[in-house]
Design a protein around this ligand. Structure first.
Ligand SMILES: [Zn+2]
Length: 645
């Protein structure tokens, strides 16, 4: 037997169980990475990621060779992806479930081989089981944590010895789709407030890598979304009876180009939806089929007798958690008609096809008529209320809606908009978010699609890390996840923890004030938060936080990495303070600035953003998008940042 552990190194030796394999020992490579002779892009990228992280941990660069080249090497092999050797030990990647991988460390070799597609490894639609396997191993055996995008947010414990621990497991993702929408598409009428082109590219590239490191992706294509937006134009003339009946007795939108809902009780409409889907479905398709039956972006409004007769009794707490100005005010509860609509479609669809609907607006609460659905109906949980932070009662109510839909027998996925909230303020709700996620997993969540990652990494890190990390470790408690995050700040970790606890407590206590201010200033949680930032984050709330980060900075001592991470938080906080100050002057609710003051304020903000746009603290394009509808702005910021100032 070849002794894989360096016999002279007691530390390494004592860590090494009999079949463990040392990959790096005392500054020397003890293994090589081996791929097929013609590896896929996913496998090549998996090798790069493995090399890069091991190098960051040890300073040692592992060699990557193809199977044919590796024949002469006496070092143990780390096999990545499908290859002859992998098949010889009985791993058949073709037979693995979508995105699954085998992680096997035994008989003097490491095997990480998964179900992979042939596409771009950074594309969410490319299956990347082998890459997930590499990340799983880096997580377990090297203790790597990806706190935020980019080098500084990549926590790799330094070590002289790397040991692959004995194991033999086949692992599949818990959710067939894991998605935090990247938030890279925000466009503003005032792009001058956003990124320059080059800085956006960096931000966007680093974030794409980050999302894959948290295994965002999907096992197969699922199509859904507001399904009938162009139907009136196409079919309104021939089939007005498929569309909502208005009080006026007319069918279709109530004004030209207005939004409209469907007459969902109409069996011919249900039939047509299946027929159109079937006509597009390739006859030899092997992936699961999804029939998009998500209502348009509007309440269910059909007033016809056939729709109305399907409606269940209105729940007693129906409008309890919606503000009086919500579109929901005065609406009729119509969940049962939608449940019957989806069931009707599913019953006409080919066996195995899944019908997708949204629980949204006045069909968000679960049906009350006792209707039973089944797993071939997939429902996106899409509340138009329930912003964090919630009261205890509201939080329980939100969870109850999920549980009640689950009780119908349908499968559920998370399709909330709550992550769009909070602008770039230190707006922290990690514990409540985590609790909702855990509850959903416990009650049958099969996929996620969060809209959207706004990318304010330096002020909202605990929220965002929790959202990403739970996708990989859904069983981890909020505390376990946050301990990982804080521990990356070295000796400053306790101070950083106190700092974010201060903000989470501040956020939680501000609930009433947030709701009232948003109403009073007519600001939208997801679209025009910067109208209200100065009211919700006045100067005095920042003072203790600034001091806490100064303490953290001192505590980091001569740990350069920890100090740089604290500095990252400080930059985010300075930027948030600046934004709150500018909000006070420019808010559309009651702008106070003169033309000169306005220019000075905007110039100062832009100078800060330009100086720090490579730091990764925030997605400035998201901010420009919010500020556009929140602030009184002049013409200058309509120029692209590459020209202005
Ligand atoms: Zn109807």
């Amino acid at each position: 037997m070849i002794l894989r552990c360096h016999a002279l190194l007691f530390a390494a030796f004592s860590l090494c169980a009999r079949a463990d394999i040392a990959l790096v020992s005392e500054g020397g490579a003890m293994a090589i990475i081996v791929t097929a002779d013609h590896p896929t892009r996913v496998v090549r990228y998996s090798a790069e990621e493995l090399v890069q992280h091991v190098e960051k941990a040890t300073g040692v660069i592992l060699e990557v060779r193809t199977e044919s080249e590796a024949k002469t090497s006496v070092l143990p092999h780390i096999y990545l992806g499908d290859s002859r050797a992998v098949r010889e030990v009985g791993i058949d990647v073709e037979r693995l479930a979508a995105e699954s991988f085998v992680l096997r460390v035994k008989n003097d070799a490491v095997f990480i081989a998964g179900n992979d597609g042939g596409g771009d490894p950074l594309d969410a639609d490319t299956r990347a089981g082998t890459l997930w396997g590499v990340y799983e191993w880096l997580d377990r055996d090297l203790g790597v944590r990806w706190l935020w995008p980019g080098e500084l947010g990549t926590q790799v414990p330094r070590t002289k010895t790397v040991i692959a621990k004995t194991c033999d497991e086949t692992i599949a993702p818990r959710l067939f789709q894991r998605r935090l929408r990247a938030g890279l598409g925000f466009e503003s009428e005032h792009p001058g407030l956003g990124f320059t082109k080059a800085a956006f590219k960096q931000f966007s590239d680093e974030q794409s890598v980050y999302l894959r490191r948290h295994r965002m992706g999907r096992s197969y294509l699922v199509s859904y979304g507001h399904a009938f937006t162009d139907w009136w134009e196409k079919d309104g003339k021939a089939h007005p009876e498929w569309f909502q009946l208005l009080e006026s007795g007319k069918r279709g939108p109530n004004k030209k180009n207005g939004r409209f809902s469907m007459c969902v009780s109409n069996p011919e409409l249900q039939h047509e939806i299946v027929a159109r889907w079937s006509a597009k479905r390739p006859p030899n398709a092997t992936t699961p089929g999804f029939i998009n039956a998500c209502e348009n972006d509007i309440l269910g409004l059909c007033t016809c007798d056939k729709c109305r007769v399907l409606d269940g009794a209105e729940p007693v707490d129906y409008l309890k958690f919606y503000p009086p100005t919500s579109k929901m005010a005065g609406s009729r509860f119509v969940s049962d008609r939608y449940a019957r609509f989806w069931l009707g479609i599913q019953q006409q669809a080919p066996a195995g096809a899944t019908v997708v609907g949204y629980a949204y607006f006045n069909y968000f609460q679960a049906p009350t008529s006792g209707i039973k659905l089944n797993p071939n109906i997939l429902i996106g949980y899409c509340p138009s209320a329930g912003w964090f932070p919630r009261s205890v009662e509201e939080h329980a109510w939100m969870k109850q809606q999920w549980a009640d839909w689950r009780s119908t027998g349908a499968r559920l996925f998370m399709r909330t908009n709550h992550l769009l909230d909070g602008y770039c303020m230190p707006f922290i709700f990690a514990h409540q978010f985590s609790d909702e996620f855990h509850h959903a997993v416990e009650k049958g969540m099969v996929a996620t699609d969060y809209d959207s990652l706004t990318g304010h990494w330096a002020t909202q890190g605990p929220n965002l890390y929790t959202a990403a990390r739970l996708h990989v470790r859904p069983e981890a408690s909020a505390e376990e996840v946050l301990v990982e995050y804080y521990s990356a700040f070295g000796a400053a970790s306790a101070k950083v923890k106190s700092y974010f606890e201060y903000w989470e407590d501040y956020t939680t206590r501000s609930r009433e004030k947030i709701n009232q201010t948003m109403e009073a200033l007519q600001a939208s949680r997801w679209r025009s938060w910067a109208k209200a930032a100065h009211v919700l984050y006045p100067p005095e709330c920042f003072a203790p936080a600034v001091a806490m980060l100064e303490h953290a900075s001192r505590a980091a001592g001569d740990d350069a990495e920890a100090a740089a991470r604290v500095k990252f938080l400080q930059l985010g906080l300075q930027h948030a303070q600046l934004c709150a100050r500018v909000s006070a002057m420019l808010t559309l609710a009651s702008p106070t600035a003169t033309k000169d003051e306005m220019k000075r304020a905007v110039d100062e903000l832009i100078a800060f953003r330009r100086a720090n746009e490579r730091s990764g603290i925030s997605n400035f394009n998201h901010l420009a998008w919010v500020e556009d509808l929140s602030w009184k702005l002049s013409e200058e910021t309509r120029q692209t940042p590459d020209l202005y100032p």
